[in-house]
Design a binder for this molecule. Structure first.
Ligand code: FES
Length: 202
């Protein structure tokens, strides 16, 4: 049977026309007010962002900015007591600075010639005249984990990942690590109370 097709209506005229911005139809005074309001909103928004960022920016002291830039940094040693280890993050890596006691130095030197995995004398791992300061990276050479202090550090470090151990000179005494804790470049200022990390000499 023959069916009548529904006539297709033409698109509505309104939808065929590009939409005009609501503001274009406003009287001049209202349009001026609308523009002022837009500017004010942008200004308040910018001020809000600046206010939100300020604590973050102001929290970055000179030290942190220098750290972020990877420049050499000075570390004051005067407040680090014998038997204490301080940690510093530098160039994205952890650095351990251990103020070794006389007993700890003697203990480390007693192991000279007995650390067979990667033999090295204690004197080769510290600076002459500054034997009390052990400065090493705090990342296990096996796979990069951070070793924990054994008995507060006076027995060395134990890596929690696979059990490598390091003595008071940072030498590996038990694997699976086959390397000693690495030593960053550093030097002492003339006063002996400040260490500069990231340089071979000052
Ligand atoms: S990462 Fe330290 S023993 Fe494996």
């Amino acid at each position: 049977m023959f069916k009548l097709k529904r006539p297709i209506s033409p698109p509505e005229e309104a939808s065929a026309q590009p939409r005009k911005d609501a503001g274009e139809n406003l009287p001049p005074l209202q349009e001026h007010k609308r523009q002022c309001l837009c500017k004010l909103t942008r200004l308040v928004g910018a001020a809000g962002v600046a206010t939100a960022m300020w604590p973050l920016l102001s929290a970055l002291g000179p030290d942190e900015k220098t750290l972020a830039d990877g420049e050499p940094i000075d570390i004051a040693l005067g407040d680090i007591a014998p038997g204490q280890t301080v940690r510093r993050l530098w160039r994205g890596r952890l650095v351990l600075i251990r103020h070794r006691t006389e007993e700890e130095i003697a203990q480390a030197r007693a192991l000279d010639g007995k650390t067979v995995i990667s033999p090295q004398a204690d004197a080769e791992r510290v600076k002459p005249g500054h034997e009390q300061w052990l400065v090493v990276y705090g990342h296990c050479p096996h796979a990069g984990c951070i070793p924990n202090e054994l008995a507060g550090g006076n027995l060395g470090w134990l890596c929690p990942c696979h059990g490598s151990e390091f003595d008071l000179s940072g030498r590996v005494t038990r694997g699976p690590s086959t390397e000693n804790l690495a030593i960053p470049d550093y030097a002492f200022h003339a006063d002996g109370l400040t260490l500069r990390l990231g340089v071979k000499s000052v």
